[in-house]
Design a protein around this ligand. Sequence first.
Ligand code: DLL
Length: 445
Amino acid sequence: MKEQWNDRPGGFHPASAPDYLPKAQLEDLQLRRFISVVERAYANVEMFRKRMEERSMTPSDFQSLDDVKKLPFTLKSDLRDAYPFGLFASPMSEVVRLHASSGTTGKPTVVAYTKEDIEVWTSVMVRTFAACGLHRGDIIQNAYGYGLFTGGLGAHYGGEGLGATVIPISGGNTDRQIMIMKDFSVTAICCTPSYFLHLLERASEMDVDIPRLPLRVGVFGAEPWSESMRDRIEALSSIKAFDIYGLSEIIGPGVGIECQNQHGLHIFEDHFYPEIIDPESGEVLPEGEEGELVLTTLSKKAMPVIRYRTRDITCLIPEPCPCGRIIRRMKRIGRRSDDMFIIRGVNVFPSQVETALLSVEGALPHYMIILEREKGLDVMTVEVEVTSEFFSDKVRAIEDLHKQLSHAIENTLGIRVNVRLVEPHTIQRSEGKAKRVIDKREVNL
Ligand code: DLL
């Protein structure tokens, strides 16, 4: 492991001070901000006002953080229904930026920012980078996509706000990424974890030895990845890999980040109020229990979002973090309540398959899950790349590996699946979020 920069004590970025606010002060701040965001949404967003009226509520019914649970939820479909600008609480003359989600079906969801919102976003990204041990003098290669996706510009402003040097390379063009990483003495990279793996692979083909470069930090997110994936990445690159979380509806990247302990993501609770609910009943769960993350923007002006159901499954960690930050942590998001698929009655998350695969020596972290229906029965096939040595080795070695992988998946999921071993580079690489599941079942019905 290369030398790490300890962000505490002595020398955290001044913008990180709210991370260490005493609990009572933090809660007081949250309540004041919550009250004003409810008032703002009630006065300016018709959908929210109507929902409050249906509950016979006005903002004055909101007096304590305990009252949060009385407020209505906001769903992704609400953003789609309000397309494009229906949930804005500021006049267009105050909106300085729009972003939109790519959206798998139909219209994208649009989000808006005032100048102040951009400042808040920058400040949480500065705190994000500081938690990863970055500072003035670092050279950040920002390979998140620039454009309507929030990743590129969100990380960009944060890096500049920190005082670091930002290379706005955006996603794609892998050979050029590697050349620049080497020639510009890059010390940190921001991209999806799957894209970083692709980059590592290509670097080794180009005879670029990443562990020997000055690169020491990776800020990886925008898609679920596992602890085993982190181990792989860190072992292959000798960098420290941090998990960053965010979503466009709330702000973009910068909702939560791991600190040097890499044990849960600190949520910037002074700007984003977290709750965990039972995804079925909508009831708030006690701290420490796993459920769906619900977030409220506490300071957003252009588009305040109250009790947004993220569909991301996690839990809040009740224990204080040894790093000293008071803002709470959540467990890394391994799955969404809706990337789950059901196969022969069993709920399966792609991350479970990933963890099982990576527990076996010889398997590479590139895989695809294919779901089909044969004679009315669900069939799941996992295609996984294995190291080239196996293909040049004896048939026996391949058979053994095949058996081990099948067992690992079956032990984890409790169902039999087909495993297909493929040569390195067979599975399509992504420059942004990885696609892990191809569901062909509807077509076969
Ligand atoms: O992915 C924002 C972002 C950009 C986050 C760069 C981190 C880094 P959306 O496109 O709106 O925004 O997608 C948000 O992606 O609800 C999660 O399901 C998933 N996601 C984001 N970060 C993580 C993560 C950006 N670290 C959706 N782990 C979220 C797991 C993540 N899932």
